[in-house]
Design a protein around this ligand. Structure first.
Ligand SMILES: NC(=O)C1=CN([C@@H]2O[C@H](COP(=O)(O)OP(=O)(O)OC[C@H]3O[C@@H](n4cnc5c(N)ncnc54)[C@H](O)[C@@H]3O)[C@@H](O)[C@H]2O)[C@@H](O)CC1
Ligand SMILES: Nc1ncnc2c1ncn2[C@@H]1O[C@H](COP(=O)(O)OP(=O)(O)OP(=O)(O)O)[C@@H](O)[C@H]1O
Ligand SMILES: [Mg+2]
Length: 305
């Protein structure tokens, strides 16, 4: 990865699609992590009742209260409301360098239908998409949303991975053949990049499998996955920009898939930050403590000077 990038590269307007009545922490963690590692602007598209809560966490975030859940929309209004929601996000689309779909999104069917349309628009505009949390629930039931899209990254945790394996490969998770199974899964979804989170993070686009196992944290507080999904866009965009320089056809010319490289960097960044936070906070470590260590972790991996 090039050094000094923080000074020269403008990467980044990131949008997180997530945040509903139940979950306001996850989209905040993802969006603030993007800013903490170098994104210029971080937007959150969430439901109307989640928006004031997320706004109150931080003045740094741009929060759009546009998503709707079934309970707030009458049956006969759904088509019209859906078109409005999709248009609200679409008018911003060309300004975004990457979307993160899923942190704290919830599983409301109407909301997920709208998010499917948003993903189609993003794909149509060639915007990279990181799919996490409830976004993976959506994708497991609607694989066509990401199938064959080289700019899609899926970041399943243990449960989300199990669901993907069951749905796509029609079998159970086989840890004796973890690399082979991950590779088959990525191939079956048309070569998307999958980052399987766990004791070691495994990353594959269906070709080789990379493993990141540098020291993380033994503390498993909720929200660490959200830091990862929020950090990935900046790193993906950075690596993609680097590969595009001087390459007419980056996916052909590059000897490594840039989305895989971005995932390796993201995994190392988070694990290092979690380890730094645990050094001082020990068992009281929370996600906010890890976010505070992202800057130091980034300097260790890729110094600004
Ligand atoms: N503060 C917040 O608002 C948070 C909201 N979240 C959101 O909550 C929604 C559901 O996400 P969850 O992560 O709960 O999804 P899951 O339904 O996949 O549950 C994950 C659970 O699996 C358990 N687990 C972890 N490792 C395991 C292992 N090796 N074996 C067995 N169980 C293991 C953990 O206890 C974890 O709670 C998503 O939208 C997500 O983004 C989470 O991101 C956590 C933080
Ligand atoms: N057993 C483990 N030991 C060390 N690090 C781990 C372990 N499991 C996960 N991690 C690290 O924590 C990160 C988040 O993974 P995790 O499985 O907690 O995601 P998640 O369940 O989606 O989190 P969230 O609570 O944000 O939804 C991974 O990238 C990985 O590096
Ligand atoms: Mg998660």
């Amino acid at each position: 990865m090039p050094t000094g990038f923080g000074l020269i590269v403008h990467t980044g307007k990131i949008a997180v699609i997530g945040g509903c009545r139940e979950y306001t922490g996850a989209p905040y963690f993802a969006a603030i992590s993007a800013l903490k590692i170098g994104a210029d602007l971080s937007h959150v598209f969430c439901t109307k009742d989640a928006a004031p809560v997320i706004k109150s966490y931080s003045p740094e975030l741009i929060v759009h209260p546009v998503l709707e859940e079934s309970y707030s929309v009458r049956e006969e209004e759904r088509k019209q409301v859906s078109a409005k929601v999709v248009a609200e996000v679409d008018k911003w689309m060309e300004r975004f360098d990457c979307l993160v779909v899923g942190p704290g999104l919830g599983r409301d069917p109407f909301l997920l239908d709208c998010v499917s349309e948003i993903m189609k628009q993003a794909r149509h505009s060639n915007v990279p998409i990181v799919v996490d949390g409830d976004g993976l629930f959506l994708v497991a039931n609607s694989l066509h949303l990401v199938h064959g899209y080289p700019l899609a990254v899926l970041t399943p945790n243990v449960n989300e991975y199990k669901r993907l394996v069951q749905t796509v490969l029609k079998c159970e998770v086989d840890d004796a053949d973890a690399h082979g199974q991950l590779s088959s899964l990525a191939k079956q979804i048309g070569g998307v990049t999958i980052l399987r989170k766990g004791r070691s993070d495994l990353i594959s686009d269906g070709d080789i499998v990379n493993s990141v196992s540098i020291c993380g944290s033994p503390r498993r507080c909720g929200g660490q996955g959200d830091i990862l999904s929020g950090s990935l866009p900046f790193l993906l965009v950075l690596v993609l920009q680097y590969f595009y320089l001087g390459h007419a056809k980056p996916f052909v010319a590059a000897d490594r898939n840039p989305t895989v490289l971005g995932c390796i960097a993201g995994s190392a960044l988070l694990r290092k930050a979690a380890s730094l936070a645990f050094e001082t906070r020990k068992r009281s470590t929370l996600t906010t403590d890890i976010i505070e260590c992202l800057g130091r972790s980034l300097e260790d991996i890729c110094p600004a000077y």
